[in-house]
Ligand binder design. Structure first.
Ligand SMILES: [Zn+2]
Length: 390
């Protein structure tokens, strides 16, 4: 029995784009919509609310309970980045079709995949599934995989989750089995404010911070010369990329600055430990600031992701798409966290990361349909035929 979804893929995408799920907003309206859309016998719906209750992760599953681990998860984030670029030619929250492209905020990143995943579940007869299919939908990915982290840290029944997942971030349908992680830090140097005519009464916070910035520049250059494990799969940037990103300090030219705050990010290769990098940055700053009081804070972390080449889901997707080589990407995803639950993740979805986070974000109509075919095919083989279990 094939159940027809209530809306076709493009119409469902249009509805999803119409929810302004910019990360600063609550995602409860889109979550409610998705739950209502999929609410029927045989589909289990569970929420994993954020600590403040303004947002939620969703788990929607069908198929035999108790066999969760053998099943397949399709995962994506419900939030989008702001659409405030002045160059939008159409309303970002009204899906438009222009020259064979679906245009709108989230079309590629990643409501296109969400629409396909939701309809893949909607089209199934739960009674025919040998293995479960689950949708794992998150909030605040764009703020640094916050929803996925919360899910991993609080979900009560991780053993019931499928142990294989497709994270549908836009890869132009390349099958990605590794990506870099992302670590965000801030350090702040404290001085003593004083009138600049009486400098002996104050302590300048910017000067030691500046020495630390120079030292971090040296660390950046040293990291660029290293070739850690897996670097061959990141040919454009085969090293951990460190970026001193913001610096703020001082209030006026005639005041000795009592504070300087510096923010930096590091994109780690799979296998590089976040803690070790924090320690390296801490030691670098300590060695440069001298006696000035200072403190470092880790602002956020998205772990790197690495899946063995012979993982069944990786093999199945590569086979279906005719891909023979290993592909790594330099952006972080929810997969880094899911991996910590023992979930084997592949990142593969329609649309290009190069159009994401920009004005006139778009997704080729043909690629959207091709991805829909792929997802339905993989779900049928994995969950209906039980291909992975055999
Ligand atoms: Zn995304």
């Amino acid at each position: 029995v094939h159940v027809a979804p209530a809306l076709d893929d493009a119409e469902l995408l249009r509805r999803l784009v119409a929810f302004d799920t910019t990360s600063r907003n609550s995602n409860l309206p889109i979550a409610d919509y998705i739950c209502e859309y999929l609410d029927r016998p045989g589909i289990r719906i569970a929420r994993n609310p954020s600590p403040d209750g303004r947002k939620t992760n969703l788990v929607l599953a069908a198929g035999p309970a108790g066999l969760g681990s053998g099943g397949l998860a399709l995962s994506g984030h419900m939030d989008v980045v702001p659409a405030e670029e002045p160059d939008w030619k159409t309303d970002p929250f009204t899906l438009a079709t222009v020259d064979g492209q679906l245009v709108g905020r989230g079309a590629a990143d990643m409501k296109g995949f969400l629409a396909l995943a939701i309809n893949a579940l909607a089209a199934l007869d739960p009674g025919r599934l040998r293995l479960p299919l689950a949708l794992l939908l998150t909030y605040d990915e764009e703020l640094g995989t916050l929803g996925a982290r919360h899910f991993v840290e609080t979900w009560a029944e991780p053993e019931e989750l499928p142990k294989s997942a497709i994270i549908g971030e836009p890869t132009s349908l390349a099958v990605v089995r590794m990506h870099k992680g992302y670590l965000k830090m801030r350090f702040e140097v404290t001085g003593q404010a004083a009138h600049s005519g009486y400098p002996h009464l104050g302590t300048n916070a910017i000067e030691p911070a500046a020495r630390a910035i120079v030292a971090l520049g040296d660390l950046r250059a040293a990291l660029e010369r290293e070739r850690p494990a897996h670097s061959e799969h990141f040919p454009d940037v085969p090293y951990a990329a460190l970026n001193v990103a913001t610096v703020a300090g001082g209030v006026a030219i005639n005041v000795i600055p009592d504070r300087c705050r510096v923010e930096l990010g590091v994109r780690l290769l799979p296998g590089m430990a976040s803690k070790a990098m924090v320690d390296t940055v801490r030691a670098t700053v300590r060695g440069a600031v001298g006696d000035a009081p200072w403190a470092i804070t880790v602002l956020g972390e998205s772990p790197a992701m690495l899946l063995p080449e012979d993982a069944p889901l990786h093999r199945m997707l590569c086979g279906a798409l005719g891909q023979t080589e290993t592909v790594g990407v330099s952006f972080a995803t929810d997969a880094g966290w899911f991996q910590a639950l023992g979930i084997a993740c592949v990142v593969c979805g329609p649309g290009s990361i190069t159009t994401a986070h920009r004005a006139n974000e778009h997704l080729p109509v043909s690629e959207f349909h091709r991805a829909g075919q792929l997802i339905r095919d993989v779900v049928r083989r994995w969950c209906v035929d039980g291909a992975a279990a055999r």
